[in-house]
Design a protein around this ligand. Structure first.
Ligand code: LIP
Length: 265
């Protein structure tokens, strides 16, 4: 089994190059090429091109590894390592030209399902800001060379809490009701539009917490490792709503359980 740092170093190198490709394509102009689960669930040609770029680089460097990507699906491997990739997380932001999108790459071992895998390395890179968040299991979470730490306990003013909403309009009433239940412990809420950046911001102490239902493995695989390596807690996967959407809660230890309880169901 490879050393997690070797997986990390490969993920960082690929994320930087993939992010630059995404940035260049954004500057050239982005065309929406298809919709997926709902009209609002879009995919651009850049999503597909960037994922193909990442997949090819990983196959070249580590041909026996598995792969799970948002745009091209799953391919099993024999090495015990699976790469979980969102080529452009925050696709709607990307399409609108909002500089809040990220390349998210995680290397996991074991069962490649949320709550079951063992994340070994993760990278979340926002090419618009140049911020590269990264972590190796057991070696902390970092923004560049800066060590990250979650907010251990929210201030008396309340927690700054990020969340998100699904693409299916039928889920929105329940999502809004969930935010209303959480508001009594919040000083304010934020909606970035990219789960990987929400999680990176929790790790960096920019948010006290984040929660969202309906995320895909590639949305959170890397960001969840950042939060855990920054001293935070991530959970909720076993809590599934009537639409089959699992809950994800990421927070510092001082607010995690309270938020998880308020965000359920
Ligand atoms: C997005 C997430 C975001 C969520 C959106 C969507 P995508 O991922 O990052 O947090 O609210 O519904 O799932 O589609 O941009 O890769």
């Amino acid at each position: 089994m490879p050393h997690p740092r070797d997986l990390h170093d490969l993920a960082v190198a690929i994320a930087r190059d993939a992010g630059e490709l995404a940035r260049v394509r954004r500057a050239e102009g982005v065309a929406i090429t298809a919709t997926k689960s709902a009209l609002a669930d879009i995919v651009t040609e850049a999503d597909r091109e960037v994922e193909a770029f990442i997949r090819a680089r990983l196959a070249e460097e580590r041909p026996l590894d598995g792969f799970l990507g948002e745009e091209s699906g799953v391919e099993g491997g024999t090495s015990g390592v699976t790469w979980i990739v969102d080529p452009i997380d925050g696709t709607v932001n990307y399409a609108y030209g909002i500089p809040a999108y990220a390349v998210s790459i995680a290397a996991v071992t074991g069962d490649p399902r949320p709550g079951h895998w063992d994340a070994q390395a993760g990278v979340v890179f926002n090419p618009a800001s140049g911020e590269l968040f990264h972590a190796v299991r057991g070696e902390g979470a970092w923004l560049g060379d800066e060590r990250l730490a979650v907010v251990p306990e929210p201030s008396p003013a309340g927690a700054l809490i990020a969340t998100g909403f699904g693409y299916n309009p039928a889920t929105h009433p329940g999502d809004i009701a969930r935010v209303a239940r959480v508001m009594p412990i919040a000083r304010d809420v934020r909606r970035v539009g990219a789960a990987s950046l929400d999680l990176a911001f929790v790790a960096a102490g920019r948010f006290d917490a984040y929660f969202e239902r309906g995320l895909q493995p590639w949305d959170h695989a890397a960001g969840a490792l950042l939060v855990e390596e920054a001293g935070g807690l991530v959970g909720g996967y076993d809590n599934v709503d009537e639409f089959g959407r699992a809950l994800l809660v990421a927070a510092g230890p001082g607010v995690f359980e309270t938020l998880r309880d308020l965000a359920t169901p």
